[in-house]
Design a protein. Structure first.
Length: 234
């Protein structure tokens, strides 16, 4: 029998996925600082490695804050949903190849927002899910209309229906952020993202801190739209 010892430091949580039939593809990030492992059976490991390298470099540029771990793993799972944890992304085998660029981008975004910049994902899901969906949609998918009516973005996750949680927090949240960028300019938007990520690194943040980072760069004129979508805060 073989025994393995795992030690987790400076992480939000700790998850394990294992399979005796994985094929492992190994590479390094663009800057060479992070070793990337892709464990897959059906998905193309080389393609996933290329996507992971590109997204790690992209979020480093977007935030100005380096990826904090020496290793990043992508593991193919037999079922479930695409999911993240610190230094790990799970991708279900059932998802088609066309979905992979968006999924890798979205889950890699969570290495910054929720993992590095923490938040309560039950009460402040906008602070990580809307950010992740915004950046992944901006590069890999269009900003589509929501299939649910316009709703508040500050409700706890259990206050939405199963369908409308995704459609409001992710889809409407991403569109809300894209409208901020368009109305106030990409430069102010990026300054806010960088300040928010830098100032809350390895801390527990929330929706209010993210919105105040935008307000600091864009001025008090944003408050009207904040009050409309975040009445529990403003």
């Amino acid at each position: 029998a073989r025994t393995f010892r795992y030690v987790a430091t400076n992480v939000r949580d700790f998850n394990i996925a294992a399979s005796p039939s994985w094929k492992t593809t190994v590479g390094r990030s663009v800057n060479g600082r992070t070793k990337i492992f892709v464990h897959s059976r059906q998905h193309d490991g080389k393609r996933l490695l290329k996507l992971a390298k590109a997204e790690l470099a992209r979020y480093r540029k977007v935030t100005g804050v380096p990826y904090p771990h020496d290793i990043y793993r992508i593991a193919e799972t037999g079922g479930g949903l695409a999911m993240e944890s610190p230094a790990l992304t799970w991708l279900p085998a059932s998802r088609p190849a066309a979905d992979l660029p968006y999924l890798v981008s979205h889950e890699t975004a969570h290495q910054w927002w929720y993992s590095m910049v923490g938040n309560d994902q039950s009460t402040d899901a906008f602070a990580d899910e809307a950010l992740a969906d915004y950046f992944s949609r901006k590069k890999h998918l269009s900003f589509r209309p929501s299939r649910c009516r316009a709703d508040r973005l500050d409700r706890p996750s259990q206050a939405y229906s199963d369908l409308c949680y995704f459609e409001v927090v992710y889809v409407q949240g991403a569109r809300f952020l894209d409208k901020l960028r368009k109305d106030y300019g990409s430069a102010a938007f990026q300054r806010a993202i960088r300040a928010y990520t830098r100032d809350n690194r390895f801390d527990v943040s929330n929706n209010a801190r993210l919105l105040e980072a935008f307000r600091a760069q864009m001025g008090d004129s944003v408050l009207r739209r904040f009050r409309n979508r975040f009445p529990g805060i403003y």
